[in-house]
Design a protein around this ligand. Structure first.
Ligand SMILES: NC(=O)C1=CN([C@@H]2O[C@H](COP(=O)(O)OP(=O)(O)OC[C@H]3O[C@@H](n4cnc5c(N)ncnc54)[C@H](OP(=O)(O)O)[C@@H]3O)[C@@H](O)[C@H]2O)C=CC1
Ligand SMILES: [Mg+2]
Length: 340
């Protein structure tokens, strides 16, 4: 209890609310007792088999369901589950008022009954990205990534013995060897290539019909950011990058958990002839400013009737103005504004 009070005092003494929140969260990750105390009255984000619970409000827009710990306790009882399931909740953040936010997957319980009791729907993560706005999309993405990591890291890869999580869910430890595992991400580069006049966009065969996006690829072991970027552009479209600049970064939950670094790159207009590797991309082509702008200004349903058009993915705007959006639509517009 003394440690709980120390962490609360340390957080409340800080002049900056950001510093206060970061200290508060760090305290929850480091001390199981403090974290258990915070879980007693926390904000809870529910998932069912990794799909977040969303509710439609009176304006017809979607939000994550606003549940507290006591709501989830009642829900579990009504669904015939005992309260111990709550111990599987994972810490994902805290509110401006230093109230802890946790997520919990109730995939073992009846989905329809849970939806009826909560007045919401469990929506596939990709779809929910298009329905949510503001800080909710990145929070839900982070929650799903952490839940997935716990569901798939129950055993130590060195000893084969079970691993046990700390209260916050920020790490797992092998019960036999003591090896500590932390949530894992794959670094990815996404790059908007320009020849000074046009932007290069490509599409994979699995993309929805007509959608094009900036090029992307996973970093190989030992590579720098610029080495990945140059290799991916060379591999996918056969061009040699002359220069590049870093733009921004974000967590991306697909296909597992990626840390996506967004860059701009330039190629010489004299060497802009594409040689697409069709085993990686179905198509890649240069788009003019007018093509990109008119596609982005056309509402999505009409866009589908007039392919090809650039991908306008869901916005994952961060809470603070000091954080940047990294979605390709934003990159494309910024790049075009710089070029012209
Ligand atoms: N334009 C795009 O492609 C866009 C991509 N993204 C995101 O960018 C990331 C990279 O996508 P993509 O272009 O497909 O990547 P790559 O161009 O690197 O090609 C994907 C292939 O890389 C191999 N690979 C290497 N490391 C990994 C890893 N850690 N996880 C999975 N596969 C790996 C796999 O090959 P194999 O199967 O042979 O083992 C996989 O099929 C993903 O997170 C994707 O969701 C987002 C927006 C647009
Ligand atoms: Mg790729």
């Amino acid at each position: 209890m003394l440690r709980v009070l120390q962490i609360v005092r340390l957080s409340s003494r800080c002049s900056s609310s950001f510093v206060s929140r970061m200290r508060f969260l760090n305290g929850l990750k480091q001390n199981d007792d403090v974290c258990s105390a915070a879980l007693q009255d926390a904000h809870m984000f529910l998932f069912h088999r990794l799909s977040p619970l969303l509710q439609r409000n009176h304006q017809g827009t979607f939000r994550t369901a606003e549940l507290r710990t006591s709501d989830v306790q009642s829900l579990l009882e009504n669904l015939g589950s005992d309260r111990t399931l709550l111990q599987e909740a994972v810490l994902i953040g805290c509110t401006e008022q230093n109230q802890a936010q946790f997520c919990l997957d109730i995939g073992g319980l009846d989905q329809t009954a849970a939806e009826e009791l909560c007045g919401g729907t469990f929506v596939d993560l990709r779809k929910s990205f298009f329905l949510l706005s503001g800080a909710e999309a990145p929070l839900v993405a982070k929650a799903q990534a952490l839940l997935r990591w716990h569901q798939t890291n129950g055993f130590c890869s060195a000893t084969g013995q079970p691993t046990h999580r700390n209260r916050a869910g920020s790490q797992r430890t092998c019960s036999s060897s003591g090896i500590i595992y932390y949530p894992k991400m794959s670094p990815v580069v996404i790059v908007l290539v320009s020849d000074g006049e046009r932007c290069l966009l490509g599409r994979q065969a699995t993309f929805p019909r007509g959608l094009y996006s900036a090029l992307a690829g996973f970093c190989d072991m030992g590579e720098t950011l610029e080495e990945t970027l140059s290799r991916e552009v060379a591999e996918e479209v056969g061009l040699e990058v002359q220069s590049f600049s870093f733009s921004s970064s974000q967590h991306w939950p697909f296909p597992q958990s990626s840390f996506m670094m967004a860059c701009h790159a330039s190629v010489s207009p004299a060497h802009a002839q594409l040689c697409v590797d069709h085993s990686e991309l179905e198509d890649a082509r240069w788009f003019s400013q007018q093509e990109v702008l008119s596609a982005l200004q056309t509402p999505p349903p009409q866009r589908r009737r007039s392919p090809p058009h650039p991908l306008a993915p869901p916005k994952t705007r961060r809470r603070s103005s000091t954080h940047h959006r990294v979605d390709p639509e934003h990159q494309i517009l910024n790049r075009l504004r710089r070029v012209h």
